[in-house]
Write a protein that binds this ligand. Structure first.
Ligand SMILES: *[C@@H]1O[C@H](CO)[C@@H](O)[C@H](O)[C@H]1NC(C)=O
Ligand SMILES: *[C@@H]1O[C@H](CO)[C@@H](O)[C@H](O)[C@H]1NC(C)=O
Length: 621
C-alpha cells in the first residue's frame, strides 16, 4: 500500500516537472500537414520522435504550446492543409512568405483566432470573397503583397477591429480602396495595383508611397485631383474588364441586363424575407413548411381511431368525456394561468410550423381567444407510462419562477406527446444573438446581457433545488431553449425532461450530454457546463461549435476564451458591440473567467452552481 502511494506521488512529481511537449495528436497533425506540401526538403527536421517545439524548422512554441508556423523562404508549394491547421487550436501566427504556393486564397478564414496571416511573395491568384475576413476578428497583420490577387479588396478587411498592418502591394487588385478601420492601423501599402477612385480620408496619413503605382487613384497624396467626373465613375460598380471606350453596342442589351439583375435581386430579396420571417424566432428548429396545425395534428395524431372509424369531427365531440378535472378532450391542462383550452381550440387555431429540434417538431398556434402557444410534438418520450408522465407534467405545470417557462398543457399518446406552452414573441436567445444580426443583436446591450446571464443562472439554480433528485435537473440548457420576455428576462424551457426519455435518446438529444465527462456518467455538474457555454456565448457573441454534433461551424468558445485568458488578451474576444466603458469591460472579463470555471472539463474541478451564481451576483452591473 505504502509502495503504491510512494509510486503515485513519484508519478505526480514527475508529471509536474516534466518539460511540456506537444501532444502526440498535434505531432501527427503537423506531419499530416507536411504531407500535402510539395518540395518540402526544408522540413526534413519534422520527424516522428524528435521534439517538435525545440527541433522542428518553422515551429514556434510558447511554454510547450505551438503558437505559430513560420515557413518563410522554404521554396514550398502544393496544398496548405487547412483541416490540419484548424485542429491545432493554439496557432496564432502563420507565415508562408516567399514560397511558391499558387491557386485561390486557401480557407484561412476557418482559423478564427489567427492574429498574423503573412502570405507575401507567392503566386496566389483570383478574387477574395468580400466577407472572407468577417470571422477573423483577431487579425492584426495581413500581408498579401506580391501575389496575383485580382478583384476588389474584401470589404470585411476594413472591419477588422485590431488590424495594425495591411500589405497588399504588387497585386492586381482593382476597384476602390475601401474604408479601413484605422484606429489601430500602423502601416498600409496599396502600391502597384489597379485601384481607382479617391483615397479614403482616414488613410491619407500614410503618404504617397503607400499608394504609388495605381494610375486610377486620385487625391492629394498622389498629386492628382479628384475631378467631379472621376467620382461617380469610380463609385460605379467596378468596371473590371469593361471596354472604357464606351461602345454603342451595349446600350440596349446592358439596359436589359440591368433590368434582369434588378429583377433577380428583387426575387432573391423576397425569397430571403419569406425565409427569414418564416424561420421565426424559435429554437434551432429549421423551417419545414407552413401548414395548419389542425391538419398536422389530425394527420399525425389519429387520436380518435381507437374509438371510432370516422376521422374528422370526432375529436371535438369526444371533448371532456374521458378525463376528469383539468382535461379537455385529450388535452390535459396542467397550468391554468393562461386560461383553459382544449384540443378543439388548438385545432381551430391559425398555425404555422416553427421547425424541427432535437426533441421533436414545433408549431405555433394562435387560438381564437388570442392566446398564442407553441405546440411541441415530442417523440421518444417513452420512459414513463401514462400515469407517470401525467404526474411529471403536472409537477412542471405547478412551477412558478420568474426565469422558468412552465408548460400549459399536454396530450399523451404512446408514440408521441404534445406539450403546449406559451408563445414568447421575442424568441430565443439563440435567435436574438445570432439570428439576424444588425437588427436583433444590436438590442443586446451589456446591461441586458448581464441580466440574461443572471436570470439563466438563477433559473437553473431554482431547477437544481426543485429537482435536486434528478441527475440532470435541466438537461438541455442552451441558447435555443432560453426565451426572452418583452423586457429581456430570460425564461428557461425544455427542462427536467430527462426522466421521460430513454437513455440512448437522451444522450443523443440533450445538450448536457455534451459535457466532456458525460461518457463516464452524467450529474448536475453537466448543467453547470451548459451554463458556462451560454455565458461565453453571450460575452463573445459567437455561435458555439459545441451546439453542433459535428462540431463543424461556429467557434469552440471554451478553447478560444481559454487561450485568450492565458495570453491575457481577454478584451480582444469580447463582442465589440458591448465594449462601451472601461468599467463594464472589467465586469465582462470577470464573467469570462466565471464562464471558463463552469466549463472546466474535469467535473470535480468545475465550479459548483451555487458558487457560480454567487460570483455572477457579485459582478453587479
Ligand atoms: C526566397 O526564398 C529563397 C529560398 O526558397 C531564397 O533563396 C531567397 O533568398 C528568398 N528571397 C528573399 C527575398 O528572401
Ligand atoms: C474595345 O473596343 C475596341 C473597339 O472600340 C476593340 O477593338 C477592342 O478589342 C475592345 N476591347 C475589349 C477588351 O473588348
Amino acid at each position: 500500500m505504502a509502495a503504491v502511494r510512494a509510486l503515485l506521488s513519484f508519478l505526480l512529481l514527475l508529471s509536474s516537472c516534466i518539460i511540456p511537449s506537444l501532444s502526440a495528436n498535434e505531432v501527427d497533425t503537423l506531419l499530416k500537414f507536411k504531407e500535402s506540401l510539395k518540395n518540402a526538403d526544408a522540413l526534413d527536421s519534422w520527424r516522428q520522435g524528435s521534439q517538435a517545439c525545440s527541433n522542428w524548422a518553422g515551429i514556434v512554441c510558447l511554454n510547450g504550446i505551438i503558437t505559430g508556423l513560420h515557413l518563410s523562404d522554404m521554396g514550398l508549394s502544393g496544398e496548405i492543409d487547412i483541416d490540419a491547421l484548424e485542429s491545432i487550436r493554439s496557432i496564432r501566427t502563420l507565415s508562408f512568405v516567399n514560397n511558391s504556393f499558387s491557386g485561390p486564397m486557401p480557407e484561412f478564414n476557418r482559423l478564427g483566432s489567427i492574429k498574423s496571416l503573412l502570405l507575401s511573395k507567392n503566386q496566389f491568384s483570383g478574387e477574395i470573397p468580400a466577407d472572407f475576413f468577417s470571422r477573423m476578428l483577431s487579425l492584426k497583420k495581413v500581408w498579401l503583397s506580391e501575389n496575383k490577387f485580382t478583384g476588389n479588396i474584401p470589404a470585411s478587411l476594413g472591419q477588422l477591429p485590431y488590424l495594425m498592418e495591411l500589405h497588399v502591394e504588387g497585386n492586381q487588385f482593382s476597384g476602390q480602396i475601401p474604408k479601413i478601420k484605422e484606429d489601430k492601423l500602423v502601416s498600409v501599402d496599396f502600391s502597384n495595383n489597379k485601384f481607382t477612385g479617391p483615397i479614403p480620408d482616414g488613410l491619407s496619413k500614410f503618404g504617397a508611397k503607400s499608394f504609388a503605382g495605381n494610375d486610377g487613384l486620385c487625391g492629394k497624396e498622389v498629386g492628382k485631383e479628384c475631378t467631379d467626373k472621376a467620382e461617380p465613375m469610380a463609385a460605379a460598380e467596378q468596371p473590371d474588364e469593361a471596354n472604357s471606350s464606351g461602345q454603342p453596342k451595349g446600350e440596349t442589351s446592358s439596359l436589359g441586363t440591368v433590368v434582369w439583375i434588378i429583377g433577380g435581386i428583387l426575387v432573391a430579396g423576397i425569397l430571403l424575407i419569406v425565409l427569414l420571417s418564416s424561420r421565426q424566432r424559435h429554437d434551432d428548429f429549421r423551417v419545414l413548411e407552413k401548414e395548419k396545425v389542425g391538419e398536422a395534428v389530425e394527420a399525425n395524431l389519429p387520436i380518435t381511431k381507437r374509438h371510432t372509424s370516422s376521422k374528422k369531427g370526432s375529436v371535438t365531440s369526444k371533448k371532456g368525456s374521458q378525463h376528469g378535472k383539468g382535461s379537455t378532450g385529450d388535452l390535459v391542462v396542467v397550468n391554468n394561468e393562461k386560461g383553459s383550452f382544449g384540443m378543439a381550440d388548438l385545432m381551430k387555431a391559425a398555425a404555422e410550423v416553427l421547425g424541427n429540434g432535437t426533441l421533436g417538431s414545433a408549431y405555433k398556434a394562435v387560438m381564437a381567444n388570442g392566446l398564442s402557444v407553441v405546440v411541441k410534438r415530442m417523440k421518444e418520450m417513452n420512459a414513463l407510462a401514462k400515469d407517470g408522465f401525467d404526474a411529471e407534467m403536472r409537477r412542471l405545470g405547478r412551477i412558478r419562477h420568474p426565469n422558468i417557462l412552465s408548460p400549459l398543457a399536454y396530450h399523451y399518446r404512446r408514440e408521441e406527446k404534445l406539450v403546449v406552452s406559451e408563445y414568447i414573441p421575442k424568441g430565443s436567445l439563440l435567435y436574438v444573438l445570432h439570428g439576424d444580426r444588425g437588427t436583433c443583436h444590436a438590442q443586446l446591450s451589456w446591461p441586458i446581457r448581464f441580466k440574461i446571464i443572471l436570470g439563466v443562472a438563477r433559473g437553473l439554480g431554482f431547477l437544481h433545488s426543485e429537482f435536486s433528485s434528478l441527475d440532470l435537473p435541466h438537461g438541455n440548457l442552451k441558447s435555443s431553449n432560453v426565451l426572452l420576455s418583452e423586457n429581456y428576462e430570460p425564461l428557461l424551457s425544455d427542462y427536467a425532461l430527462h426522466p421521460l426519455m430513454s437513455s440512448p435518446h437522451a444522450a443523443q438529444a440533450m445538450f448536457a450530454y455534451r459535457a466532456p465527462e458525460s461518457s463516464e456518467g452524467i450529474s448536475p455538474k453537466c448543467d453547470v457546463y451548459c451554463l458556462g457555454i451560454i455565458i461565453l456565448e453571450i460575452l463573445t457573441g459567437k455561435f458555439p461549435s459545441q451546439y453542433l454534433s459535428s462540431r463543424k461551424g461556429g467557434i469552440d468558445v471554451v478553447q478560444w476564451v481559454q487561450s485568450a485568458i492565458s495570453e491575457e488578451r481577454e478584451e480582444e474576444i469580447i463582442d465589440p458591440s458591448i465594449m462601451t466603458s472601461r468599467e463594464s469591460v472589467s465586469q465582462m472579463v470577470r464573467l469570462l473567467h466565471i464562464g471558463i470555471s463552469c466549463t472546466e472539463s474535469d467535473p470535480e474541478a468545475r465550479t459548483d452552481l451555487r458558487e457560480a451564481i454567487r460570483s455572477i451576483e457579485d459582478v453587479q452591473v
